[in-house]
Design a protein around this ligand. Sequence first.
Ligand SMILES: Cc1cc2nc3c(=O)[nH]c(=O)nc-3n(C[C@H](O)[C@H](O)[C@H](O)COP(=O)(O)OP(=O)(O)OC[C@H]3O[C@@H](n4cnc5c(N)ncnc54)[C@H](O)[C@@H]3O)c2cc1C
Length: 497
Amino acid sequence: MPSASADTRTSAVGNDSAVVKLLQTALPSHCVITDSHAKKPFETDGLTAVKQVPWVVVLPETVDQVRAVLRICRDNRVPLVARGAGTGLSGGARPAADGVLLGLSKLSRIIEIDPDNRVARVEPGVRNLAISEAAAKYGLYYAPDPSSQIACSIGGNVAENSGGVHCLKYGLTVHNVLGLKLLTIEGDELTLGGETLDSPGYDLLALFNGSEGMLGIVTEVTVRLLPIPATKRLVLVAFATLEAAAAAVGRIIANGIVPAGLEMMDARAIAAAEAFVHAGYPTDAAAILLCELDGTQDEVEEQSAQVQRLMRAQNATEIRASQGDEDRERMWLGRKAAFPAVGRLAPDYYCMDGTIPRARLGEVLRAIEKLSEQFGLAVANVFHAGDGNLHPLILYDANAPGELKKAEEMGGEILALCVAVGGTVTGEHGVGVEKLDAMCGQFAAPELEQFHKLKAAFDPAGLLNPGKAVPTLARCAEVGGMHVHHGKIAFPEIERF
Ligand SMILES: Cc1cc2nc3c(=O)[nH]c(=O)nc-3n(C[C@H](O)[C@H](O)[C@H](O)COP(=O)(O)OP(=O)(O)OC[C@H]3O[C@@H](n4cnc5c(N)ncnc54)[C@H](O)[C@@H]3O)c2cc1C
């Protein structure tokens, strides 16, 4: 996609090049990093298997400086990759060897909290959790809560359309962002949406949520704030089989209850979490559900009783409801620490992210078990069950020859399985560089062509985050015949997995 050839650009890269001098003129000297040791921390995001030291890193302190960087890159046909906190799990912020890495962490001002309109206006480098912390004194919070919320930036959340435990009831980032300010590669400012509910014209606001830094740079975000619920209760339910736990997820929602969060952990994830943080989970269960209910005291009482009745009818082996906030926090501990806990089971793990229709959870979890046996790699499942958003963690050892490749192949099979049952290749972590091949399985040429046209409308020279998010048709042709008709494969045909 980038129009300037990589060879031409590479010959120009160097610390004394004209482009570096322009950047050093436009930004204070401490905001331009060319030293190879100082650039190293920017070589990767949360997908640590993929690394590339950038040519130059810039850390602007104002929107005007961001604009200047964009114009320098546009004029000199230099690729530009935006970076928030670098917690992304699909390699979206992987730098280009011959490009500028634009770090937005210094744009970290909370511009305004408006309790009357229940909105916050913030710069893109503000941490997700910092918004709720600032809004708390008004009894308000920002609902989407990725597990990385202590570190990840709201700009990165917009670019990835991030989700989290509470997105089942309150929606993803796209449902909670009311307005954006953006800079195009030309340095022009776009204002999309605002503090009111709807705006005329094409819905470019929705388009930018999940656009992975390919279309423009987010410089300001207006988010919706919600009142902190009066009461919360967590109900832990254990099951003797994965299928029983999966079926119970559907029963809760089919009965008209929309929990604030509905998470599932399998036996391996339970054992790892228990050994790590001692949250009191039943280690003899095949799976547990963590069902959080929130609202007024009466609502929570009623729903909690209803969930417990339903779960008994689903043959739950154990049901426990939290007694007060401290108990609830302790019960959440295991889920919240599940990723690092699983990280103790093997030298490395590969976190997959696919989404499926809820009704197919049981059979897909069983199929993943079969893949695990077939590839000889253990898997732990800990995920947003209510959303059908799977996170199989494939355990491997990157130092064992061939294991990373095997883990990647197995991950590819899991994503193909998700598409085959009517789901998608990502739930919340984005495509980045990780899932380009998987995209060939989900979309056919006409859809991919439209994606490329849309990218070209915003960024004709293909300078913003080149080579990410949307595969070229040539790549898909090389991958060959991966396109499956989603939803058309019925169990037991998925037995092939
Ligand atoms: C332990 C752990 C748990 C996680 N849990 C979750 C979870 O529960 N839910 C979830 O959705 N994700 C989760 N993630 C993934 C990750 O935290 C999210 O994708 C997050 O939104 C990334 O934000 P970031 O600021 O780190 O972005 P980065 O990783 O820096 O960048 C991500 C993408 O956004 C682009 N970008 C960043 N800032 C801007 C900007 N201002 N303008 C334009 N483009 C920009 C980058 O180019 C890149 O393509 C988790 C990650 C980790 C490590």
